[in-house]
Design a protein around this ligand. Structure first.
Ligand code: GLU
Length: 285
């Protein structure tokens, strides 16, 4: 009989600020599942965006999670140290004609959208109108040679033509959920200023690290449609998913960094114990 793969969960924060109770809820969700199953719990720092991420927040994440009582297995994977691996995945997609360079600025796209009669919307806003998809190959090559900054977009129609039909993902407690990645249109997989994207790196790393259950907030559930598409295109294994409701405050509003939701740092400085913080994060011992 084939041995079943080890049970692996992960917490994958972006170091754009201090962890708040919402993050603690998410981290504990993955950690508790792994520990209950005798599996592995991984910590991954998703810091590919140098405009938003700061090393001091990475240090604070490690310190705050340890204070909260979490431990993790193996070395922390720091995405910014692995850009060549994401580049290789992008190159593989390019070689199959699935990516194209996009030279548009935000203003170009806004102008184009304003001129169109109906601009379809996806989970991340209006869909890219496809301007650069229609550029002749010679113009693309000339603009790249001239050093013009460009993003890389997924040619969604081609991607869907190559992917197996009827993509779905397994959501714990809900069964299989049908995916509709076309809702994202020609999504950016490498930005002009950042050599990769969240969607690419998160699916790459979950596959590389053998993650079997992705636990994360339900705000990321729509993105799973796109992640399944990338997994299918790249031949990466499919993890199961458990999206949890976002932690809300006493008035029912979801906690977010921008609202200065209670950070673990503040709680600790105010004398809260780790056990009290775990309870505040929705996981009483
Ligand atoms: N890095 C992402 C974030 O902090 C989470 C990625 C994930 O769990 O899939 O929002």
């Amino acid at each position: 009989m084939e041995a079943s793969p080890p049970f692996v969960t992960r917490f994958a924060p972006s170091p754009t600020g201090l962890l708040h109770l919402g993050h603690a809820h998410s981290a504990l969700a993955g950690w508790r599942r792994a520990r209950a199953a005798g599996g592995r719990f991984l910590l991954r720092i998703e810091d590919i965006d140098p405009t938003r991420c700061r090393p001091e927040f990475t240090d604070a994440i490690l310190e705050d999670l340890s204070w909260l009582g979490l431990d993790w297995d193996g070395a922390v994977r720091v995405q910014s140290a692995h850009l060549a691996e994401y580049r290789a995945a992008l190159d593989a997609l390019t070689a199959r004609g699935l990516l194209y360079p996009c030279f548009c600025t935000r203003a170009d796209i806004a102008r184009e959208l304003a001129a169109s009669l109906s601009a379809p919307h996806g989970p991340d806003g209006p869909l890219y109108p496809g301007t650069c998809r229609r550029l002749p190959e010679t113009e693309r090559a000339a603009r790249i040679t001239a050093g013009e900054a460009h993003a890389l977009r997924l040619d969604m129609a081609r991607a869907l033509a190559l992917a197996p039909p009827g993509l779905s993902f397994a959501e714990e407690g809900e069964g299989r959920i049908a995916c509709d990645p076309a809702r994202f249109g020609d999504v950016v997989l490498a930005r002009k200023d950042v050599p990769a994207s969240y969607h690419l790196c998160v699916t790459h790393d979950d596959a590389l690290q053998g993650v079997t259950l992705v636990t994360r907030g339900e705000d990321l559930k729509p993105a799973t449609d796109l992640h399944r598409l990338l997994q299918a295109l790249m031949g990466w294994p499919e993890p199961a998913y458990a999206h949890h409701p976002l932690l809300t405050d006493a008035t029912g509003r979801r906690l977010a960094k921008r609202d200065r939701a209670a950070t673990l740092r503040e709680l600790r400085q105010a004398g809260t114990s780790p056990a009290e913080a775990r309870a505040l994060a929705g996981w009483p011992d």
